[in-house]
Design a protein around this ligand. Structure first.
Ligand code: SAM
Ligand code: SF4
Ligand code: SF4
Length: 471
């Protein structure tokens, strides 16, 4: 194990053994200085190694806050979902973009319309986004409606993030060459049927032949450009109306150009609130269809091909900077429970105009706000009053209830009454584990993957973690 990975091991040991906040950060800051010195000495100008080290320090600090159930954090998310646009060309039932505008107006708070501009994207990155391991460039809307999406993917790739986009791909004039050139690791094509009538029962306004044509063009562009990315995954959501197409879909998937096909449950509950014609498939049908899923070509390993130079100053100064904490934010007299939501410490979502919400649950009227802040303001987006209150409402329920007595429940963060079972962030620890296992050209990832002890300390710790270490 190299000196740098040894320092990372000591860092995670410090997280395990820490009791006092100022002492912990004094240790972290001195280890950070040591790590910076080692990288400078061993690799001189290797900005990519500095960035990987920064990501690891951020992960360790996130773990520290998580373990202690802090309200206030100095870490940034270790993965994010970002919407390049706040609108969609289709209108699936239950979605924020449903064509049933009565349903949307009645249930969802309005998303501010717009596409992500470059200054919004870079503000997010400069606000800590570069410390993420995984970037999902989609959440509530259609990513490829923004012509700049491939550019943003390229920047995320440069900043050493594994990238994923989910798209309906029912898009005329799709620039497939730009998508291949972006270095995108995986595109998940959301398309549920092989005939127009079965497909459009859910993907309202879509054209299934256009989707298949775009997949063919994308596969051809990969071939022409000598690229094995993006891995093209067909995500086929199962509902009662499209079950019949499954065997034929499984048969034709590879010849269309998909690298993988996956049949999964479509959540009919939300869809049905919007459109009573969408019925769920039974669990037996879902289990049988899942067996027809297939991988025709393994997802390739991740290569970072983008240019890090424009980010050099940001990375160099971050790798020299110490973590600064306000000790008063961490008075340990509170009684905290073991309850946590991983999203609140590990992931985040940012929409096209820079509004931050903690997870992919939409902002529903009559339940309490999801918006935590905006990257348009100067405050640290992951440490706003709303974010801190959300964390507190879970880890320190008693104190939170007392402090918020008499406050209108609709003004309290939705997290305080979240009853969705606190899903794991798809950009959380499981995804960081994948990053270690699948990236090329990272000495740190290789060394960590090779040491079960360091691997467990770095990604095996969250209460709700999809602990793939056991898999
Ligand atoms: C809201 S969409 C946004 C990205 C893109 N427009 C798309 O549809 O792929 C994000 C993901 O939610 C999935 N999704 C949409 N409706 C769903 C449902 N009823 N059940 C499960 N997943 C759903 C989509 O297939 C997609 O992978
Ligand atoms: S394609 Fe995606 S974003 Fe568009 S309406 Fe359907 S689920 Fe929503
Ligand atoms: S508590 Fe619920 S609403 Fe809040 S971030 Fe977690 S899953 Fe999302």
């Amino acid at each position: 194990m190299s000196d740098i990975v040894r320092a990372i091991h000591v860092l995670f040991d410090a997280v395990e053994n820490a009791t006092d906040v100022p002492d912990f950060f004094a240790t972290v800051n001195s280890l950070k200085e040591r790590a910076h010195g080692i990288v400078q000495k061993q690799s001189g100008d290797a900005i990519s190694i500095h960035l990987d080290v920064l990501k690891m320090f951020n992960l360790a600090v996130a773990k520290f806050h998580y373990v202690h159930g802090h309200d206030s954090v100095v870490s940034s998310p270790v993965g994010f979902m970002m919407d390049p646009t706040n609108n969609c060309n289709l209108g699936c039932p239950g979605c924020w973009n449903s064509t049933n505008t009565d349903f949307v107006n009645e249930h969802y708070k309005k998303l501010s319309p717009g596409v992500m501009k470059e200054d919004t994207f870079t503000a997010f990155i400069r606000n800590g986004g570069h410390l993420s391991f995984n970037a999902h460039l989609y959440n509530y809307s259609e990513p490829f409606l923004n012509k700049k999406t491939p550019e943003y993917i390229r920047m995320c790739n440069a900043l050493r993030m594994k990238t994923l986009v989910s798209s309906n791909l029912s898009l005329p004039k799709l620039d497939v060459e730009a998508i291949v050139a972006s270095g995108l690791d995986q595109v998940m094509v959301a398309s549920d049927g092989i005939r127009q009538e079965t497909y459009e029962a859910y993907r309202r306004g879509g054209d299934v032949e256009l989707v298949f044509d775009n997949v063919r063009r994308l596969a051809a562009a990969k071939k022409k450009m000598g690229s094995d990315t993006p891995h093209i995954l067909w995500q086929y959501l199962l509902f009662a109306h499209n079950e019949g197409d499954v065997p034929e879909a499984a048969d034709m998937a590879e010849s269309i150009g998909f690298n993988e096909v996956r049949f999964a449950e479509g959540l009919a509950t939300v869809a049905n609130v919007d459109d009573v014609g969408v019925d769920a498939s039974s669990s037996e049908v879902i289990a049988e269809a899942a067996k027809l899923g297939a991988v025709f070509q393994q997802a390739p390993r991740v290569n970072f091909v983008g240019d890090l130079e424009p980010w050099r100053d940001m990375i160099v100064s971050a790798s020299r900077d110490s973590f600064v904490v306000n000790a008063a934010d961490y008075v340990e007299s509170d009684v905290r429970s073991d309850e946590r939501c991983d999203w609140l410490y590990l992931g985040t979502t940012v929409d096209a105009v820079g509004d931050i919400r903690p997870c992919c649950i939409p902002d529903i009227i009559h339940t309490g706000p999801m918006k935590m802040g905006t990257i348009r303001s100067n405050e640290r987006a992951f440490n706003t009053g709303a974010y801190n209150a959300a964390r507190r409402s879970i880890s320190n329920r008693g104190a939170y209830e007392k402090e918020t007595l008499g406050i209108d429940p609709l003004k309290k963060p939705f997290c305080a009454k979240c009853d969705v079972g606190r899903p794991l962030p798809q950009v959380g620890l499981g995804a960081v584990h994948d990053w270690f296992a699948s990236v090329n050209g990272s000495e740190i990832a290789t060394a960590i993957s090779g040491s079960s002890e360091v691997l467990a300390a770095s990604v095996g710790w969250s209460q709700h973690a999809a602990n793939r270490l056991e898999a």
